[in-house]
Each structure stands twice: as structure tokens, then as C-alpha cells.
Design a protein around this ligand. Structure first.
Ligand SMILES: Nc1nc2c(c(=O)[nH]1)N[C@H]1C(S)=C(S)[C@@H](COP(=O)(O)O)O[C@H]1N2
Ligand SMILES: [Mo]
Length: 247
């Protein structure tokens, strides 16, 4: 699921390829209308939503106090603007240069209102603050306070269609990953722009990262560039870790 170079957007645009989620365009360019699911999938969607309705309310993971905040290493990609690393991204370098003023998060796919959100747009939504423990698959954990907008607010604002099943995340450093709607709508799943009371630092995924508190650390994607909502599981291939990493 890592380092997937199918998201080399220039190539995609040049060859004019389309994906399940619709045409991939860079950054926050105007999006084509969403595609609609095959009529045969309606039963599928019904089953899924019925199942969700039957599930008990989702429990919250433990939240800590400011006294519990610990030192927190930055792991994996720590700066996609670093030209000496394979994670280098020219578009990311550009948004860093502009002080993240023209940063915007695109959302497309199975939503009625595909579009994009600047940091200011995201900060207009009611914010959620949470002090949680991040557990890395490599065996360390650390506690920090995160501030952000619940992913549910953005999904509701974009209007997920009944056929929506998965939310896929694309990062500037080439990481691609997805979660299902249960985790996407979990109240502690947030798009974080703040860490420990400051703007999210670049080593930790600035300006915007995902926090999926119900799963291991690698699901909390840093350097978010784009979100797509799909009716099918997008198998990114090259899976080093399991897709579901519940804790
Ligand atoms: N885009 C991106 N997201 C990422 C990573 C990465 O290298 N690139 N590393 C993952 C892993 S394995 C962990 S443990 C956390 C690390 O977050 P941190 O650097 O804030 O500690 O981010 C996750 N999200
Ligand atoms: Mo990790």
C-alpha cells in the first residue's frame, strides 16, 4: 500500500487514464461529476448500511490529559520537500514555499459535491481536540494532543453517496491507503492541522494529516493531498502491512 507510483499525477493526466473514483486531476483543479454505481450494487450498499445500523455505537479509544503528553519521534517521511529523498514532491515543495496558503485538500469520487478545502475552510468546521496514544507497528508508542476537523464533517459536507464504502487517502510522499466508513465516521477520526497546541509541524505531516485512533500508527497518513470516496476497495498492491490494523 506504500509508495505507490500510480499516483504520479502527471503521467495520469498525460495518458488521460481514468480510475474508479473518476479522473485524477492535480491538487484542487475543478473535478468532473462523480460516477454512480451499477444498479446491481444497490443491494450491496443496502446490506452494508443495514449492517452498520445494527452495529452498536462505536466505542471511543482512551483519551489522556496534557500531563501525559510525551516526546514523539517523527517516523518514515519527515519532509517531502527534501530534494535528496525519494519522497520528494515538487507540488509539496511549492505549497511549503507559499507557507501553506494555497494548500487545499481535494475530495472526489462517490460524493455529491466533489471539491476542495483550504486550511481556512477546514478550520471553519467545529474543531475536535484529543490527546491520544499513537502506537507504531515497530513497537513504540507516544502521546500527543491533536486538533482537527472530524473526517465525518468533511464527508457530510461533500455528501457521501449511498454507494460509498471506502475512503482513500493520497499523500504528497506517495503513500496511498484507505479505511472503511465505520472508521471514517468514527468520532475520533480527524483531519489534524494542529499538534500539541501548534500548527502541525512538517516532520509530523504538516499541514494536514489523518488521525485514525482505532488503528495502528501507519494508518494515520501524513501530508494529505487528496481524498477519494469509492464503492469498491481500491487494492493498492505492494502491501507490506495488513490493511486493517485495529487496536
Ligand atoms: N504519508 C506518510 N504517512 C505516514 C508515514 C509516512 O512515512 N508517510 N509513516 C506512518 C507511520 S509507520 C507512523 S508510525 C506515523 C508516524 O507519524 P509521526 O512521524 O508523526 O511520528 O505516520 C504514518 N503515516
Ligand atoms: Mo509506524
Amino acid at each position: 500500500m506504500r509508495k505507490n507510483k500510480i499516483i504520479t499525477r502527471r503521467n495520469v493526466i498525460i495518458t488521460g487514464l481514468t480510475t474508479i473514483g473518476g479522473l485524477i486531476l492535480p491538487g484542487c483543479a475543478k473535478k468532473p461529476p462523480p460516477t454512480y454505481g451499477n444498479i446491481l450494487r444497490m443491494g450491496d450498499a443496502f446490506t452494508y448500511h443495514a449492517q452498520r445500523a445494527l452495529l452498536p455505537g462505536q466505542s471511543l479509544v482512551k483519551e489522556y490529559t496534557t500531563n501525559d503528553i510525551s516526546s514523539f519521534p517523527a517516523i518514515g517521511t519527515t519532509n517531502p520537500a527534501d530534494t535528496s529523498k525519494s519522497s520528494f514532491s515538487k507540488p509539496y515543495e511549492n505549497i511549503v514555499r507559499a507557507g501553506f496558503k494555497d494548500y487545499c485538500l481535494a475530495i472526489e469520487g462517490r460524493v455529491s459535491k466533489p471539491g476542495s478545502y483550504t486550511l481556512t475552510d477546514l478550520q471553519k468546521f467545529p474543531a475536535r481536540k484529543q490527546i491520544t496514544r499513537h502506537t507504531c507497528e515497530e513497537g513504540w508508542s507516544a502521546i500527543a494532543e491533536w486538533t482537527g476537523v472530524p473526517l465525518a464533517s468533511i464527508l457530510n459536507s461533500a455528501g457521501t453517496l449511498p454507494s460509498a464504502r471506502f475512503v482513500n487517502f493520497y499523500s504528497y510522499d506517495g503513500w496511498v491507503d484507505s479505511i472503511d466508513l465505520l472508521d471514517a465516521f468514527h468520532p475520533q477520526t480527524i483531519l489534524a492541522y494542529g499538534m500539541n497546541g501548534r500548527d502541525l509541524p512538517i516532520p509530523h505531516g504538516g499541514p494536514l494529516r489523518l488521525r485514525v485512533e482505532t488503528q495502528l500508527g501507519y494508518k494515520s497518513m501524513k501530508y494529505l493531498e487528496k481524498i477519494t470516496v469509492t464503492d469498491e476497495f481500491v487494492d493498492i498492491g505492494d502491501i507490506g502491512w495488513s490493511w486493517h490494523a485495529g487496536i
